[in-house]
Write a protein that binds this ligand. Structure first.
Ligand code: AMP
Ligand code: MG
Length: 490
């Protein structure tokens, strides 16, 4: 264990701190240091990300004590954030039960980024938990969040994972670890619900202004800025969920505390990517009723946004009835916003540059055929722009051939060449996604001490739209693996 002098001593590794969140009312956080661990050891450092943040990877390589929470970076003002949330529909007061925000780093270009340690020990919000995280799930978040980033989907990212030298009891003893997560912010729908639950209008207003300034500065001067803000948050969520659907991503635990107002994907717990196309796909063992199934995600996003609107009512209008009308008016546009983003992305997946009325039906027919034929979502879309792949026996099928002739005719009704269409398709249909069995294989090796399998996987996932992925990464798991389950006990 560190000595008292070493414990939480500060060290300068080049962060450029500014702490706007601690200027919010005290309600929203507790000042607290990470709990020191027995033996910090750096397992993985995201060097390209470090460089993008204006940090020196060579310095960070020797900063295991920082990444494990034993040393506090100079000028950091660590806090645990308070928030509430609807978890599977039920309202709870939560807060960071195992995470500490070291502060906001101003990256080159002025981008403000939260630096958070996840798994850094108990906080006043830990409830019954131990405040810790285990190595497998933290590396899993690292892999999937970096894959999402490479796919072009807004997401929090992973800078480093350090082990703690301590064993954590879950259903068995597992190695403890701390993930360094970076995010545009950690402001959640649940943060607004927390302010609303305290019936503290001053705090709610301060939070809204902070969030506006941070994520939607262009709306600051608007006379209807809180209404505009709500619509802008809604728009980002509509765009985000559409992107998830385009790559077969299932978040798994879309509670309101896991929805970030920045529009980034956050909280990689039981998430997973779909193999065979089935709109009812659920991976999470705790999601027994399919609340967060693949095709339920837009509906759930709207439900979460309704909770945000409720929390924001006093900001929308002083007259409650008018406020409710405004919220309903805004929420009423969610479905069409989502649909527009979804169709835009789906057109790209089919190589379409122009819009025709029947396009949504054309997409749906392809999906229906994929579903009925039990075909892999990722590979089927990718095959459409590959003449060799599309000659495979699965495509010699009456259902597909009928669809294909409609699609071919549709392609001729746009001025773009087949090469242009194919290029667009390759840029929107990934060749490789983090397949569950490959992720599990990498994690098993990493937890046993061999990082090389994970490093290879990360390299492949960093170029999802290229043609470089070895076949082992693009082949779906063997039949029967569709019973894959993810667990929340992270
Ligand atoms: P999550 O399901 O990861 O979004 O977590 C839900 C809430 O439980 C968050 O407030 C977490 O900080 C908290 N939590 C999760 N795991 C632990 C743990 N091991 N100890 C304390 N709090 C935890
Ligand atoms: Mg969470």
């Amino acid at each position: 264990m560190p000595t008292d002098a070493e414990r939480n001593s500060t060290v300068d590794v080049g962060w450029n701190w500014d702490h706007s969140y601690v200027r919010l009312p005290q309600l929203f956080f507790t000042k607290i240091h990470p709990v020191p661990v027995f033996e910090p050891r750096l397992v993985i450092l995201n060097q390209p990300l470090a460089i993008a943040l204006g940090l020196d990877p060579e310095v960070l390589k020797n900063a295991a004590a920082i990444f494990a929470g034993n040393k506090i970076p100079a000028d950091s003002e660590p806090i645990a954030q308070a928030y509430a949330g609807h978890q599977f529909g039920g309202f709870t007061n939560l807060g960071d039960g195992r995470a500490v925000l070291l502060g906001e780093h101003l990256a080159p270009g002025g981008r403000r980024i939260d630096i958070q340690l996840k798994g850094s020990g108990r906080t006043p919000y830990s409830r019954g938990g131990d405040g810790r995280a285990t190595l497998g799930p933290m590396l899993r978040e690292y892999i999937i969040s970096e894959a999402m980033h490479a796919l072009g989907i807004p997401t929090t990212r992973s800078l480093a994972v350090a082990t703690t030298g301590e064993e954590i009891f879950r259903t068995e003893l597992l190695p403890g670890a701390v993930l360094t997560r970076i995010a545009a912010s950690h402001i959640r729908v649940g943060t607004f619900q927390y302010a609303a639950a305290h019936e503290d209008l001053a705090a709610l207003t301060a939070l809204a202004d902070h969030t506006l300034q941070r994520h939607f500065p262009e709306l600051m001067e608007s006379e209807t800025r809180y209404f505009d803000f709500f619509q802008a948050v809604m728009d980002r969520q509509a765009a985000l969920i559409a992107k998830w659907l385009h790559v077969g991503f299932i978040h798994g635990v879309m509670n309101t505390d896991n929805m970030a107002l920045s529009g980034e994907t956050i909280d990689y717990g039981p998430c997973a990517f779909m193999n065979d196309y089935d709109p009812d796909t659920v991976f999470s063992s705790i999601d027994r009723h399919g609340r967060y199934a693949y095709d339920k995600q837009p509906q759930i996003a709207r439900w979460n946004l309704a909770r945000l609107a409720e929390a924001m009512l006093p900001l929308l209008h002083e007259d409650q009835k008018t406020a409710v009308d405004l919220a309903n008016e805004a929420l009423g546009s969610f479905e069409s916003r989502f649909q527009a983003y979804w169709l835009l992305g789906m057109r790209s997946k089919l190589g379409l540059f122009t819009a025709e009325k029947e396009d949504a039906a054309l997409v749906q027919e392809l999906l229906d055929w994929m579903h009925a034929s039990h075909l892999d979502f990722t590979n089927t879309f990718r095959a459409l722009s590959d003449e060799t792949a599309i000659a495979e026996p699965v495509f010699i099928d009456a259902g597909f051939l009928t669809w294909h002739s409609q699609w071919a005719a549709r392609l001729t009704r746009q001025p773009h060449s087949p090469a242009e269409a194919a290029e667009k398709m390759c840029a929107h249909n990934p060749a490789v996604i983090p397949r569950n069995h490959k992720v599990e294989e990498a994690l098993a090796a990493a937890v046993a001490g061999d990082l090389s399998v994970m490093q290879r996987l990360l390299k492949v996932l960093a170029d999802p739209y290229g043609d470089t992925a070895p076949q082992e990464y693009t082949t779906p798991p063997p039949q029967g693996a569709s019973t894959y389950q993810t667990f929340c006990g992270t």
